[in-house]
Write a new protein. Structure first.
Length: 64
C-alpha cells in the first residue's frame, strides 16, 4: 500500500488495522466506527479519517 494513497478500499483498511474484512463490512453496513465515502458502488475510506479514528481510540495505560 502506497503511503501517499489518499483513499483506501475495505481490504486495505482491514489489513492496515489488523481486522477481518467481515468486521469492516459489518461496520459499514451498520454505519458505525470508521467514517467512509461511497464512490458509486465502492466504499472507500479517507486515510486522514482512518488516522484520526486511530488517534481518538488510543488508550494510554494508567499509572500505577
Amino acid at each position: 500500500m502506497s503511503t501517499d494513497q489518499r483513499f483506501l478500499n475495505k481490504r486495505q483498511v482491514a489489513a492496515m488495522l489488523g481486522l477481518s474484512l467481515y468486521t469492516i463490512d459489518a461496520w459499514v453496513s451498520q454505519r458505525r466506527e470508521l467514517p467512509f465515502i461511497k464512490m458509486g458502488r465502492r466504499v472507500m475510506f479517507d486515510r486522514k479519517d482512518v488516522d484520526l479514528w486511530l488517534e481518538r481510540n488510543r488508550n494510554s495505560p494508567s499509572a500505577f
